[in-house]
Design a protein around this ligand. Sequence first.
Ligand code: FAD
Length: 243
Amino acid sequence: MKERAMEIHVNDQISVHLVGYMGDDLTIAMAAKVSTGVPQGSPDLTPEKVAGLIGYLMKHRHGTPFEHGAMTFLVRAPIFVWREHHRHRVGWSYNEESARYKQLQPEFWVPSPDRKIVPAPGHTSARPQFQAGTTEQNSLVRVALERSYSGAYSTYDALIKDGYAKEVARACLPVAIYSSCWTTCNPRSLMHFLSLRTHEDAAKFVSYPQAEIEQVARQYEEIFAKHWPVTHAAFVENGRVAP
Ligand SMILES: Cc1cc2nc3c(=O)[nH]c(=O)nc-3n(C[C@H](O)[C@H](O)[C@H](O)COP(=O)(O)OP(=O)(O)OC[C@H]3O[C@@H](n4cnc5c(N)ncnc54)[C@H](O)[C@@H]3O)c2cc1C
């Protein structure tokens, strides 16, 4: 096998694009109203009534009306983020680019200069706390990671060029390599994701997610708040507990 040093690309970006969405706050209120009102929808649902009803549903955890709606995203993130994201099984659909059928791009995640990379005093796995590295530590980490990524990708590429199956060659790749997925969820499953994958001191159940999956969650949340503003406000108001 002839390995040659391959050019690799590194970055700290994690991107989320909204492919499309269906539904809004009114859809949720109308779905709830079917139990007592007009099945085809309730023409008397003023914005004030929608807000009142959604607040009531959220507070009392009547969750199913929040399943009426959908968001589809295109997300590009390192595989270590996907390992965490794919754990969300309920109300989520995934399609991912395949390392069996195509050669993955030589694109790898590195921490940004302001990413806290060193455990801080008091750090525990239940309450992880990190502090910024020194300039020297930041640079050492980056050099070490890039060296490792470059070696791994050179092996990967050489194996494929020598005719080995991509699904076998990929075994040498690190979890920092980027992969893309389409993800689809509904407002309820998204709120469950947000409650676990964002850190907010004011939340009823404070979570301590890894920073990189939180980057995905924060971008999801911005899109969700734009298209479901009343539902999002009620979620925040009720301590970020998914109904
Ligand atoms: C900060 C943090 C640290 C973590 N650390 C670890 C770790 O160290 N190791 C590890 O393996 N995972 C870890 N996880 C992942 C975690 O265990 C969950 O897999 C992940 O958060 C998805 O949550 P979920 O199961 O509630 O979501 P979903 O799979 O989307 O499920 C949503 C809800 O549906 C219900 N549900 C789903 N499946 C079942 C079922 N089979 N039976 C009964 N009810 C069900 C539950 O009410 C569940 O909350 C961590 C998650 C976080 C946020």
